[in-house]
Design a protein around this ligand. Structure first.
Ligand code: AMP
Ligand code: MG
Ligand code: MG
Length: 328
């Protein structure tokens, strides 16, 4: 089955396993950091988590798909990796999906994979504070789970698969998601026109407007765009991946970010998963971004994402001209 499934299916199926492994690597690096945070200094910890997770994902993809282009946030990582970081399991559910003919026989030259090994991480100063508190709570045997949840749930590992210029397949792994069974981590995936898994789409509440946006990259223009939507509630959380999860699960109606700060690796996977369930992600002019390998990285014209059933056009029509003029 594995060899006969379309290339896109096999890449997404492997990415599900690779992001899960990357999530474990991130948790291991973070845990070690928690023990001697004071000695670590200068962004070391965060860098190690980012790079290790990316090396795991890219090495795993390269070993099975040597002819595809992979662009990772942390640059090229062709160093050796421990052999147990190279993952080869393919998710069976994805391999067994029915693919439409236009996605069944893709030339590897038309594919580009965008990797954000760690999206939505706290700034290092916040991370240091978090670890200090975590350590103190442990010392005094206080409960830590609620405390850790709110802070690290924003972190996701993102792998997006583009065919031509379109985001088609996406995997969003949340390493610190705590399921009811107590297991850490979950993986959401979607392939536009094919299927999705790892979550149940939920519509947001009717009769109110909840907007999610950046927690740490706000500025005057970002705020003007949000105010123009007259939101009933604003949810400020880290990470493009996490904000799109809020849309998938009906916790927000729209993700509005009037800034050129997001990059293609932030939006490729979330965009594909959103389209797989009937949502939308565009720039603030209503155009979709291109994800070919030679495109620029910055999402210069901002990001507007909405879940299924939401009036994307309504949000676009409420973006003030002064905001658009700043983003072109
Ligand atoms: P945020 O919503 O602020 O967590 O941002 C989503 C993603 O875009 C994260 O990967 C951020 O690092 C990135 N990002 C957003 N704004 C900026 C910026 N001004 N500079 C650098 N990266 C940014
Ligand atoms: Mg990111
Ligand atoms: Mg990142």
């Amino acid at each position: 089955m594995a060899q006969s499934a379309p290339l896109v299916a096999r890449i997404v199926a492997l990415s599900v396993s690779a992001t899960r492994k990357a999530g474990k690597i991130i948790r291991d690096v973070m845990r070690q950091g928690g023990l001697n945070i004071v000695e670590k200094g200068e962004n070391d910890l965060q860098t190690e988590a980012d790079r290790s997770a990316q090396r795991c994902i890219i090495s795993s993809l390269n070993s099975q798909f040597p002819n595809i282009t992979i662009i990772g946030e942390e640059g090229s990582s062709n160093c050796d990796v421990p052999s147990d970081w190279i993952v080869s399991d393919l998710d069976e559910e994805i391999l067994n999906l029915e693919f439409p003919s236009h996605l069944s026989d893709i030339d590897p030259k038309n594919l580009c994979v965008w990797v954000d090994p760690l999206d939505g991480i706290l700034k290092f100063s916040q991370f240091k504070f978090f670890n200090y508190c975590f350590f103190k709570l442990q010392q005094f045997s206080l409960g830590t789970s609620e405390y850790t949840q709110g802070l690290v749930e924003h972190v996701t590992v993102l792998v997006g698969v583009a065919v031509g210029d379109r985001a088609i397949g996406g995997v969003i792994h949340q390493p610190y998601y705590q399921s009811e069974s107590g297991l850490l981590g979950r993986t959401l995936w979607g392939i536009d026109g094919v299927g999705y898994g790892g979550f149940n789409p939920v519509h947001p509440p009717e009769g109110k407007r909840i907007i999610t946006t950046t927690r740490s990259h706000s500025n005057k223009t970002v705020q003007i765009a949000i105010d123009a939507m007259k939101p009933d509630e604003i949810i400020r959380v880290g990470g493009a991946g996490h904000k799109v999860i809020l849309l998938l699960e009906g916790k927000a109606h729209a993700y509005v970010f009037a800034s050129s700060g997001c990059k293609r690796w932030d939006t490729c996977a979330p965009e594909a998963v959103l389209y797989a369930i009937g949502g939308s992600l565009t720039d603030l002019y209503g155009e979709r971004y291109s994800y070919t390998s030679h495109t620029e990285y910055a999402n210069k014209k901002g990001v507007l994402a909405t879940g299924p059933g939401q009036h994307h056009q309504w949000y676009l029509s409420h973006i003030p001209d002064e905001v658009k003029q700043k983003l072109h």
